[in-house]
Design a protein. Structure first.
Length: 398
């Protein structure tokens, strides 16, 4: 039977957190898992979320199943947030949205549908990309290929090499793109670069699949959607996986959505019918609570304003941590320039630390960083920043 099965390797990020929890060092720091923390090291519940839950507790009348694609009010809220009030997409009917268990669930549903519909297609991901992307698309049956993205020498994007590869990807292959706050590098495409990507996609007719997990954590809710908006008229279907884990703090509620945009409403309906069939044979219908929170906040002017202000505070907090970290590292007389960290967006940063230095920090200083040197900047607090910077100096000099 299963007597000979061997243990699966630990997850690159969640496995690191398990090791962190077991560590008894009182100075330990977890810079691996992607959760926001305030300056006390706490992942807070937003006040807008608490108010929405209080309202739900008073007004909710049923715990019956949602439909396969979720609440129509929720999916309408998602589309308005993605595209902006009054956008043509909202009235044309060529966008369809399904409520999913987090952004990960959205990626998996989209991957399953695309592999069933295009079994000979490949999925192209950036080098590097979020560690779980390859696992999700491999599990759906895709062959995974890579396109250039991050240049460790300049701490920027290898845009020329990236364009060259994207310009040779065949029709009906799928290209996974990070809309903002690129995970793991924190380095995003500029507006003009997005225009060039859109032109390539339109010519080559490959299918963009956008991971939009961090809307509002880059520059603003509006500015962060620029890459998405630039791809809406490329004459091929477009898929968007978004999440409310970060920008509403609903990590454990697993609240996300998969949106498909087609050339017209008829094509969107046809694709969406198959997406619903995919959902039905997977988890059948989504959990309601997180979606109800989002729906309540976005449909209430007062709560929406409160949430927007709290999101701005989180974004500013991360930017402040970046600046302080660069300043503190410079004060330690480390023979290495870390100023690029301040220019990156979102929670994550490619720190420039080598795998050997990452291992040294974990084994000798109880500082947990993902292989490749990606750090969660939000895990840096006033209480641990001096110890972190001193430890980095030690790791570099050893």
């Amino acid at each position: 039977m299963l007597e000979s099965i061997s243990p699966a390797p630990p997850d690159a990020i969640l496995g690191l957190t398990e090791a962190f929890k077991k560590d008894t060092n009182p100075d330990k720091i977890n810079l691996g898992v992607g959760v926001y923390q305030d300056d006390t090291g706490t992942t807070p519940i937003l006040e807008a979320v608490k108010a929405a839950e209080e309202k739900l507790l008073k007004e909710e009348t049923s715990k019956s199943y949602l439909s396969i694609s979720g609440s129509p009010q929720y999916t309408q809220c998602v589309q308005t947030l993605l595209f902006g009030d009054g956008h043509e997409i909202l009235s044309s009917g060529r966008a369809k949205t399904a409520h999913t268990p987090g952004g990960t669930g959205a990626l998996r549903v989209g991957a399953d549908f695309l592999n069933q519909s295009l079994p000979d297609a490949s999925i192209w991901v950036s080098t590097p990309t979020w560690a779980n992307h390859k696992g999700i698309f491999s599990a759906s049956g895709f062959e995974i290929k890579d396109y250039p993205y991050y240049d460790p020498q300049t701490h920027g994007i290898e845009f020329g090499a990236m364009k060259k590869v994207l310009s040779n990807i065949p029709e009906n292959d799928i290209v996974l793109l990070h809309v903002c706050c690129h995970n793991p590098t924190g380095v995003d495409l500029e507006s003009e670069q997005w225009k060039e990507i859109a032109a390539i996609a339109k010519t080559q007719r490959w299918i963009p699949f956008l991971d939009f997990a961090y809307q509002g954590f880059g520059a603003s809710l509006e500015e962060d959607r620029r890459g998405l908006l630039g791809l809406l008229n490329i004459d091929t279907p477009l898929f968007v996986a978004n999440s409310f884990s970060k920008n509403v703090g609903l990590y454990r509620e697993r609240t996300g959505a998969l949106t498909v945009i087609a050339q017209d409403a008829f094509k969107a309906d046809a694709i969406f019918s198959h997406i619903k069939a995919t959902i039905r044979t997977n988890y059948s219908n989504p959990p309601a609570h997180g979606g109800s929170i989002v729906e309540t906040i976005l449909n209430d002017d007062t709560l929406r304003q409160q949430w927007t202000e709290e999101l701005t505070d989180m974004r500013n907090q991360i930017a402040s941590v970046r600046s302080t970290l660069v300043q503190k590292l410079a004060e330690k007389d480390i023979p290495q320039d870390f100023s690029f960290i301040e220019k990156q967006k979102g929670m994550f940063s490619f720190s420039g630390l080598s795998d050997e230095q990452v291992t040294y920090l974990r084994e000798n200083k109880a500082i947990y960083i993902v292989k490749g040197g990606r750090i969660n900047v939000a895990g840096v607090t006033p209480q641990n920043i001096d110890y972190l910077c001193e430890s980095i100096r030690e790791a570099i000099q050893q």
